[in-house]
Design a protein around this ligand. Structure first.
Ligand SMILES: [Zn+2]
Length: 102
């Protein structure tokens, strides 16, 4: 989900939660369950916002791991490789296969 979508989800969930929490009657039973569900959704959306658009800069795996070798001066990555560990692993496997084929 995009940051905008996460924010809208967060706002919608918080609105639901406060509607229930500030109702005339204290929430109980089904209403309390709705409140818990809304707060859980709000928390998930808020956590997604704190993570930002992703460290990898990868469109396919924005929340993936960053390759620990990225920026390593002793063992630099081949030119054109990004920060995404998942994509770099795929490139590594592909180049290993090419080497074995020879
Ligand atoms: Zn990737």
């Amino acid at each position: 989900m995009s940051q905008q979508a996460e924010l809208r989800e967060l706002q919608a969930a918080l609105r639901t939660a406060s509607d229930v929490a500030f109702d005339q009657e204290p929430p109980a039973g089904e209403q309390a369950a709705v409140l818990v569900d809304a707060l859980r959704r709000a928390l998930t959306a808020a956590q997604a916002l704190t993570e930002g658009p992703g460290e990898t800069g990868c469109r396919e795996h924005p929340r993936g791991a960053v390759d620990p070798l990225h920026g390593d001066p002793e063992d630099p990555l081949p030119p054109g490789w990004g920060r995404c560990l998942l994509c770099n692993d795929r490139r590594r496997r592909a180049s290993t296969r090419r080497r074995q084929a020879r």
